[in-house]
Design a protein around this ligand. Structure first.
Ligand SMILES: [Zn+2]
Length: 110
């Protein structure tokens, strides 16, 4: 099942994106939608230009496509770091549980 946004949701997400309140997962979904929806892409481009002119940006030579590619990479990296951290945490928990049972068994067989 492909999880594509409808344009109404995308519109809200675009606003949230430029307010810096859109979650990473939703941002990726929004980018996917932008790739296949020219009218939302246009909306995104307009808001991007507006936000750039508001933050008298140093990066005003950066176009919207670059912004999206860059952000996507950044988010994917952040998500994969989170993933590794989660696996590491699970590893620690598993290790702890194993030690506990070994200790419990040792005590039980005395
Ligand atoms: Zn759309």
């Amino acid at each position: 099942m492909s999880e594509t946004l409808d344009c109404k949701t995308a519109e809200n997400d675009i606003t949230a994106y430029f307010n810096d309140t859109l979650r990473d997962e939703d941002t990726l979904k929004l980018f996917d939608h932008l790739n296949e929806c020219p009218s939302c892409m246009e909306e995104f481009t307009i808001q991007h230009l507006v936000s750039m002119s508001l933050n008298d940006a140093d990066d005003d030579d950066m176009d919207t496509k670059n912004e999206i590619a860059l952000r996507r990479k950044e988010i994917l990296r952040r998500l994969s770091v989170k993933d590794v951290a989660q696996r590491f945490y699970l590893g620690i928990v598993f290790f702890g549980v194993t030690i506990f049972f070994m200790a419990a068994l040792t005590v039980a067989f005395y």
